[in-house]
Design a binder for this molecule. Structure first.
Ligand code: ZN
Length: 429
């Protein structure tokens, strides 16, 4: 990919009024389909997904506030952040005291339009810069308020791309597609994920890769609900978001800080000489909240460049194409691609018998290999090592992790693991 190509998608995708549902989500996925052949799928309004319900589909054609003389004071067509997400249709005249309750501005970021939504409570509103708020206050009413929106039975749209690898085991890569015109939050993730999928498509991989493009929270919950059995087998995931800002790289750890995905991210960033901040796992965040829930327990991490919550332009109109640059996005694609190379190196074994120990002597394992093995640090006998490796090989741990946990060189762990595969006590994942 080159910067020009990234710029082209940034420019085309930025103005679209994405939300949890709607035609602009479909349009966005269709544009991304030019990069990678995403399958676009629909989930109908009203479908129960665990404790949640797929909402009505929301579409907007126009929204504005006019003064007494018919002068437009605020217009959705100038910036889609002006309209509170999921605003119900409105067509009425009102005075300032009624209108002011429906206007949102930020005292902290006076010169930006804040981003607000009202997904699960039917309401409406406009968001504006502080100055615009004061202008309306000082204009002559009554004001004409028009929101040409529709909230109807429809669908929640999402995208999926599956790359089959040699193994049936999968890595989940998820990004959200539900934010209107903000460039770092949401859009940068959509673009990085699409180009990363295109890069992975070109190579033969050991693991299978499941890419999902879903609206945040409700989309991830619905996806988990529809793909429960598949996801239960996945042990590692990445949520790609906020990867194009001006600031520092960072990474949010997965729920098990000792999981290989975290050390691989650190290794990748360090090998590229990239300074980064580390954010420990927190229950506040993006869709790793759903993937890490008790039913799935997928260790899901995120590499970010200007992480959500952390930058001052976050969730405002200042998170725009001046803030996000194609070269940042290109670097983020490269980092994620390098990380995939690390993930591809994982060697994972699983004991075939989960209940109690094998009787090693009956298998002629102990005497055949015989004697005691003296490691530099630990005095492990060969049967100790075999027991350790059988104990640790849970079908999730990479041998690199096992080697560092028991303090034995990886080549030895590999050699013994392969021997145990021959003896039919372990299988390679
Ligand atoms: Zn956001």
């Amino acid at each position: 990919m080159n910067k020009k190509e990234i710029d082209l998608y940034l420019k085309q995708l930025f103005p679209l009024n994405r939300s949890l549902t709607g035609d602009n989500n479909r349009k966005s996925l269709k544009l991304l389909k030019q990069i990678i052949d995403i399958k676009i799928k629909e989930i109908p309004t009203g479908k129960k997904v665990y404790d949640w319900t797929i909402p009505k589909e929301w579409n907007v054609t126009d929204a504005y506030i006019k003064d007494k003389y018919g002068e437009k004071l605020i217009s959705f067509t100038k910036n889609n952040l002006h309209l509170v997400g999921y605003s119900v249709p409105v067509n009425k005249k009102m005075n300032w005291s009624q209108l002011r309750k429906k206007l949102h501005y930020s005292n902290k970021r006076k010169s930006s339009i804040p981003y607000r939504t009202s997904y699960y409570h039917e309401d409406w509103g406009f968001c504006l810069k502080k100055k615009q708020y004061e202008q309306i206050r000082d204009s002559e009413g009554p004001f004409k308020v028009v929101i040409e929106s529709s909230l109807k039975k429809g669908n929640l749209t999402y995208g999926e791309y599956f790359k089959k690898g040699r193994s049936k085991r999968e890595i989940l890569i998820s990004t959200y597609i539900c934010h209107p015109s903000m460039a770092n939050d949401c859009l940068s993730g959509m673009i990085v994920t699409s180009f990363l999928a295109r890069e992975i498509k070109k190579i033969k991989t050991k693991w299978s890769y499941r890419f999902v493009f879903i609206p945040e929270t409700i989309g991830a919950i619905a996806y988990c609900n529809l793909n429960e059995n598949k996801l239960k087998k996945i042990d590692a995931g990445l949520v790609i978001t906020t990867v194009g800002g001006k600031g520092l790289y960072g990474y949010k750890q997965s729920w098990d800080r000792n999981h290989q995905i975290n050390s691989d991210i650190e290794k990748t960033l360090s090998s590229l000489n990239i300074k980064f901040k580390t954010y420990p796992f927190s229950i506040r965040g993006s869709d790793e909240r759903q993937y890490s829930s008790q039913g799935f327990k997928i260790n899901t991490a995120s590499i970010t460049k200007d992480k959500y919550f952390e930058y001052k332009e976050y969730h405002t109109s200042a998170d725009n194409l001046k803030f996000v640059k194609s070269e940042n996005i290109a670097l983020s694609i490269k980092i994620y691609k390098e990380l995939i190379k690390e993930i591809e190196k994982w060697e994972i074994f699983e004991t075939k018998m989960k209940n109690c120990e094998y009787m090693l002597s009956r298998r002629n394992l102990y005497p055949k290999i015989g004697g005691s093995y003296k490691a530099t640090k630990n005095e492990y006998t060969m049967s100790d090592l075999i027991q350790w490796i059988l104990f640790m090989s849970d079908g999730k741990k990479n041998i690199e992790k096992i080697s560092s946990d028991i303090g034995i060189e990886m080549t030895k762990v590999r050699r013994i693991s392969k021997l145990l595969v021959k003896k039919k006590l372990l299988k390679e994942i």
